[in-house]
Ligand binder design. Structure first.
Ligand code: 26V
Length: 844
């Protein structure tokens, strides 16, 4: 089904309208029901009431969609008291709160997670069943809010889950994009086609518009000097920022946190504050702009493009969030004592996207609340911390000062001042003039957001040990030399509730039975207790059965949704992540083609060949031509390989259409071999590697990002390592000659030549010319240099897989030793190293 770009505007009386005027808590006006005491019968009554009151249907009339909304409403009601109480306790201010500022949240579906955290999951399940519905089918109705691109957005979602589970007083702030990450389709030639993702087309029972906390955000205009010599910004346009609140239920903490996503709306009348006639047209234009600000998520995630609308988005949500936090902690106060602000809330900047918040807080402190520059800067510095998520120079945000000056003239002024202050401070710390020049926040008409965040916040962290080290050694070296104590590492993590308990109920049950309790779900290091069963044939058998059943389920799902058949007895070899050259999907593909050639030529015996299903899932940025060409090629290799009878179905390639959180939850538990094969020094962390390890897949990977730490923990013998190290890459850089590898390795040459011959393009040698030429002549991420080692390790993997018990043992040891990679631990590290705060009492 395709959704038209200009989706229908919300009809009056639609679900979302109803939610705006009648919050779900009011659906059932009956006596108050305490969530954990509710009986199955009461739940059934509540669901029937919700069907009647919010959908206007009887149980007999209800379909899965009605049921989805009704169950969601009831589960929300169960969580409402804890939500309110958590908010009240957060605002008491006894424990410093955390404000997580992120332009992306890749949430995944809400209902299964809310049921899990409702306190009464079995009763909900039973109630739905007794009403004659299949809960899985009901849950399948939900469209996931795809409000993010990849790792960074999913990490934000894992973090708010852990914040709630650890009872940390926190608010996640972000943007309610009307259109999330595009829905990916493949056309008949295998090309990616982007379709708009109008995820709200049926409304969402999980969001609640909160007009009481609406804010105003200005943009454009001029800065004037007032009579008393103060600078004052007169914005040309004002936008309404409407918060939509989402519950973030903690697991077994009795706490429900808040995710507050901002949506832009036009003000009814535009302010003609500074206008003369000629600016009138611009003022009117502001009206139309308003709603476009939060209309769409930018689908680029690796190359910075200085788009004005993107800066508008960034400022819009940063400014609204700051205004919200100030009014939350100083309600009704016109002259709050802002020197206490950093004791009330600490803001984490998720990459540079919200870094403009720094200039906004300075503006408020100086222009609105009357603080002097030094006091304002000290408050600001104590308020913010910054996480960097990349090492690619092309991903660092550097705004054109002219553009920023037109949109945010006062902020640019302030940034200029911070830039001067920074240079001064660096000199005081003994930096050379050259180093000071290199560290300039604002120079040559450009504003470097990472530098601003580094100088105007307290801490800077990378997202894995290696990444944090490389930040200090390369990307932010000058700063690290000068301010070493600012820099720290917080290795990423993932929530085991979603990626183990919900995604892999079979393995969860086995773990719970084996360990004797479910405590591991919020104390993941307890998985260590599985280690002693690694040589227990009974346990290994059960572990292998779980994996096999998951593979059968995945194969069924694939057949149902994409019409593709795969063999659950083959090895499932998976590479799921955004499509980018540095991640090297191309190298995986060359290996597949080389295998194909060997099988066809008889160099490899088809009879002894370990059957493999190679699974890809990846979206490419719409403007990234090489990535899109790679997608096309993967699809066409799949077409040729899968239809070649000579292979007897023993090698299959599948490309999951529209890879997202929901499909990740299906693929990961079914995977035998996980591919983490980026060029060393390029992947900041990776987080799917952690999800795979927890779920008992074995990883083949380079020494990059969090792979390093995963291997250390699960043991070198349970991880297939290959490829150049960061030092090798550095040595090769500058005199790298990919052609020499091409010419000297027959497998490699055979694979590239096969592509160039037109084998995967119906005989047309031109279709993939740019792909092959790029590899032979440039190969910016050195896939050719690592190819031979990659082929060899894959042979070892094939041999290892033959011994099923030994393979299963490796999987068990991956699960048993990956407890460190829970996002609960990441959050604890942030609390200890960055935020210096703690938890509320847990209300079980
Ligand atoms: C970056 C950019 C840069 C250009 C402008 C648009 C834009 C939009 C999003 C992003 C985010 C890219 C950074 C990112 O996703 N990094 C990933 O973060 C994960 C969580 O820390 C980490 O596991 C991955 O290794 C890292 O690539």
């Amino acid at each position: 089904m395709t959704v038209k770009c200009q989706g229908p505007t919300r009809a009056k009386g639609s679900l979302s309208d109803a939610l705006e005027t009648h919050p779900p808590g009011s659906v059932s006006q009956k006596e108050h029901i305490v969530s954990d005491e509710i009986t199955r019968e009461q739940l059934k009554d509540e669901i029937i009431a919700a069907l009647r009151h919010s959908r206007g249907v009887s149980l007999a009339e209800a379909n899965n969609e009605d049921m989805y909304v009704a169950v969601s409403t009831v589960v929300r009601n169960l969580l409402a008291d804890k939500w309110i109480e958590t908010r009240e306790d957060t605002l008491k201010g006894n424990t410093k709160a955390v404000g997580y500022l992120s332009a992306e949240y890749l949430l995944g579906t809400q209902l299964p997670n809310a049921i899990l955290n409702s306190g009464v999951p079995q009763k909900v399940e039973a109630a739905v069943k007794e009403l004659g519905f299949d809960l899985n089918a009901v849950e399948d109705v939900e469209v996931e809010p795809g409000l993010g691109n990849g790792g960074l957005g999913r990490l934000a979602a894992c973090f708010i889950d852990s914040l709630a589970t650890k009872a940390v007083p926190a608010i996640g702030y972000g943007i309610r994009y009307t259109y999330g990450i595009f829905r990916q389709e493949f056309d008949k030639d295998g090309n990616q086609v982007e379709r708009p993702d109008y995820w709200l087309y049926k409304g969402s029972p999980w969001e609640q518009a909160n007009y009481r906390r609406e804010q105003r955000v200005g943009m454009g205009g001029v800065v004037v000097t007032t009579k008393d010599g103060k600078r004052e910004w007169k914005p040309a346009w004002q936008f309404r920022a409407i918060p939509y609140d989402y519950m973030v239920p903690g697991y077994e903490s009795g706490r429900v946190g808040t995710l507050r996503l901002w949506s832009a709306k036009a003000v009814d009348e535009f302010d003609l504050l500074t206008f003369n006639r000629s600016q009138y047209e611009d003022a009117v234009k502001g009206q139309t702009w308003a709603e476009s600000i939060t209309k769409v998520l930018y689908p680029e995630d690796s190359t910075y493009v200085g788009k004005q609308l993107r800066l508008e988005q960034q400022y819009f949500f940063s400014a609204a969030s700051l205004a919200d936090a100030i009014s939350l902690f100083y309600p009704g106060e016109e002259h709050p004592d802002m020197t206490t602000f950093p004791d009330k809330i600490t803001f984490q900047l998720n990459d540079t996207h919200p870094v403009i918040a720094i200039a906004e807080l300075m503006r408020l402190l100086i222009d609105k609340y009357g603080y002097d520059w030094d006091t304002a800067f000290s408050i600001t510095q104590r308020t913010f911390n910054y996480t960097c998520h990349t090492l690619l120079p092309e991903a660092l945000e550097v705004w054109d000062a002219k553009l920023m000056g037109e949109l945010l003239p006062r902020h640019l002024e302030i940034i200029e001042q911070i830039s001067d202050w920074a240079a001064h401070d660096q000199a005081k710390h003994g930096a050379s003039p050259e180093a000071i020049e290199r560290m300039r926040i604002y120079s040559n008409g450009r504003v470097r957001m990472a530098y601003l965040a580094t100088m105007a916040g307290s801490h800077v962290n990378g997202v894995a040990e290696l990444h944090s080290q490389l930040l200090k050694d390369i990307t932010l070296k000058d700063f690290a030399d000068l301010y070493p104590s600012k820099f720290t590492n917080v290795t990423n993590g993932v929530t085991p509730r979603r990626f183990m308990r919900l995604a892999n109920p079979r393995l969860s049950e086995l773990v719970t039975k084996t360990l004797g309790s479910e405590e591991w779900l919020n104390d993941l290091e307890q998985l260590k207790g599985l280690e002693k069963y690694a040589d227990d044939p009974q346990f290994l058998k059960k572990f292998a059965e779980v994996k096999h059943q998951n593979k059968v389920d995945f194969a069924d799902w694939l057949k149902r949704t994409q019409g593709v058949e795969i063999d659950p007895n083959s090895m499932f070899d998976t590479m799921i992540k955004r499509l980018h050259e540095y991640k090297r999907q191309s190298m995986k593909l060359l290996q597949v083609i080389a295998l194909y050639n060997q099988l066809k030529s008889g160099q490899r015996d088809i009879n002894t060949f370990q059957a493999r299903t190679v699974i890809f899932g990846a979206k490419a940025a719409p403007g990234y031509a090489m990535a899109k060409l790679t997608i096309r090629l993967i699809n066409n290799v799949a077409r040729v390989v899968n239809n070649d009878p000579a292979l007897q179905g023993k090698l299959r390639v599948v490309f999951i259409e529209n890879y997202n959180v929901t499909s990740a939850q299906r693929i990961i538990p079914a995977t035998d071999l996980d591919e983490q094969i980026s060029l060393a020094g390029k992947e900041a962390s990776g987080t799917s590697n952690m999800k795979f390890a927890i779920n008992g897949a074995v990883t083949v990977g380079t020494l990059d990002g969090a792979n390093v730490e995963i291997r250390e923990r699960v043991g070198a013998e349970n991880f297939f390592l290959f490829g150049m190290k960061v030092e090798d890459v550095e040595k090769l850089d500058g005199n790298y000659n990919p052609r020499s590898y091409y010419e000297s390795d027959p497998d490699l040459k055979g694979a590239i030549d096969a592509i160039a011959s037109g084998m995967f393009s119906y005989g047309d040698p031109n279709t993939y010319k740019e792909f092959t030429e790029n590899l032979i002549n440039k190969d910016p991420f050195m896939a050719l240099a690592d190819f031979r080692e990659y082929m060899d390790i894959q042979d070892k993997i094939e041999a290892a897989y033959q011994d099923k018990q030994a393979w299963t043992r490796m999987g068990v040891l991956n699960t048993a030793n990956s407890g460190f990679f829970t996002s609960d631990r990441s959050i604890q590290d942030y609390l200890d190293r960055v935020w210096m705060t703690g938890s509320l009492p847990q209300h079980k």
